[in-house]
Design a protein. Structure first.
Length: 439
């Protein structure tokens, strides 16, 4: 299909990841109009035109009509929930001129890789993909009875979508049992905990390997490392992510090739056997164990905050990249990343992750953004007149580029220290070990 000179884009989502995506899309000379579904995020609102219809799965036809009316050529879906709800299926319909609409993001069936961890585990087993041994339980008493026969603690995962927080890594069998109770009985993650996956605990170093896929071609992106726990030295509860850096020196080229061969290619092939052509981001959470890399879980979108350092390093046209993936022409594209390193530090509100406090005044964002090599992506932020206020758990993320991880890290923290709000939570050890070992 020959597209018009310019491409109209609809971006779905309103977090820090989507602000980074909006910023990257806005840089493209191919961009016509960028339409955004979440103008409540002031960073996104400044870059696009607000959608004037409801955005929910019950009224998807309204968004379809909007996309037709505004000749949307490419839809970019950021978060996991709309992917699991079938937004990609609905919006891939034909537009007025008869040309198929491109969607960057998998269908609902493809999104089951993340939305249904039990199904994903079965798919991995069938494809002989290295992963932790695990069992699925639909009743808390059965899961507890099983754990009482174990000598080692097991990881407990809510099988459904839980905003990146549904994984509990206990240090004892008793803590594993308590985790089952919290998820299945206390309903800490709602319906996501209707079933739990009880997995062996893998030991090693965790790394995020993301790839862009067009159904057949796989473009592996530079590896990242995420910091999930709230506090320094991986203390405190799991969060959606408190920081990330790219590239991650913990995985070498040989191991990355092994992950491509043993994980990425087999899972795309397994999906095709299920009649799913996966187009979008395939995110493999990998544990580098003494026995080789093993899959912890799959996600079906850019990680947040891994998206921020990745896009900061992307020198190619992001719109062209996503369009090629959506159209199945990724093999024809050459993609280039900067030689510089990127470090992202997340600033979270008081009470996060359990009870985030809204309404605290934020200052210093402009001062941070004025620093060369720094970008600030807004997430849980709202405007009250000219005042910027906290309005979510992870408030914003600060990303810096540098000639080394150490340089990028120093700059990210210098910028983050210019931003203030009461109760600000921020880890001080993002990329510390990697920077110390690589410079």
């Amino acid at each position: 299909m020959k597209l018009a000179e310019t491409v109209n884009v609809l971006l779905i989502g309103g977090g820090g990841r989507e602000h980074a995506l909006a910023r990257a899309i806005a840089r493209s000379p191919r961009l016509g109009t960028l339409h955004v579904t979440h103008p409540g995020n002031p960073g996104i609102a400044a870059l696009g035109t607000a959608v004037d219809v409801p955005v929910n799965k019950k009224e998807l036809y309204r968004l379809q009509q909007y996309a037709d009316r505004h000749s949307i050529h490419l839809v970019v879906i950021g978060p996991e929930d709309p992917l699991a709800d079938g937004f990609a299926d609905a919006l891939a319909a034909r537009i007025d001129d008869g040309a198929p609409r491109a969607v960057f993001g998998p269908t609902a069936e493809g999104a089951r890789l993340e939305a249904d961890k039990a199904w994903a585990k079965q798919l991995m087993r069938a494809a002989s993909i290295p992963t932790a041994e695990g069992r699925v339980f639909e009743r808390a008493d059965a899961a507890i009875e099983y754990l009482e026969t174990r000598d080692e603690p097991h990881v407990i995962k809510a099988a459904g979508l839980a905003k990146g927080k549904g994984v509990i890594v206990p240090h004892s069998v008793e803590q594993s049992i308590a985790a089952v109770t919290r998820i299945m009985t206390d309903r800490a993650f709602g319906d996501a905990g209707n079933r739990v996956l009880v997995e062996e605990k893998l030991n090693g170093t965790e790394v995020s390997v993301l790839a862009i896929c067009d159904g057949r071609t796989i473009l592996t992106l530079p590896p990242c490392q995420d910091h999930k726990r709230l506090k320094d030295h991986d203390a405190g509860p799991n969060t959606g992510g408190m920081g990330a850096f790219c590239p991650a020196p913990t995985i070498d080229d040989e191991t990355l090739t092994e992950v491509e061969r043993d994980v990425l290619v087999p899972i795309i092939d397994a999906l095709r056997r299920e009649d799913v052509e996966f187009r979008g981001v395939l995110y493999a959470g990998i544990m580098l164990t003494p026995g080789g890399p093993k899959v912890l879980e799959f996600n079906v979108r850019f990680g947040d905050p891994e998206c921020q350092p990745l896009l900061a390093r992307l020198e190619s046209d992001a719109l062209e990249l996503m369009l090629a993936a959506a159209r199945g022409t990724l093999a024809d594209l050459e993609v280039k990343f900067s030689e510089q390193a990127a470090v992202t530090v997340v600033l979270a509100s008081a009470g996060y992750p359990d009870a985030p406090r809204p309404g605290d005044t934020i200052t210093g964002v402009g001062d941070a953004e004025a620093m060369a090599g720094v970008t600030v992506d807004l997430a849980g932020v709202a405007m009250h007149g000219s005042k910027m206020l906290t309005a979510g758990g992870r408030v914003l993320s600060v990303t810096a580029l540098g000639d080394s991880l150490a340089e990028a890290r120093d700059l990210a923290y210098a910028a983050a220290d210019k931003i203030h709000f009461d109760g600000k939570q921020m880890r001080r050890d993002i990329a510390a070990h990697a920077a110390a070992t690589t410079g």
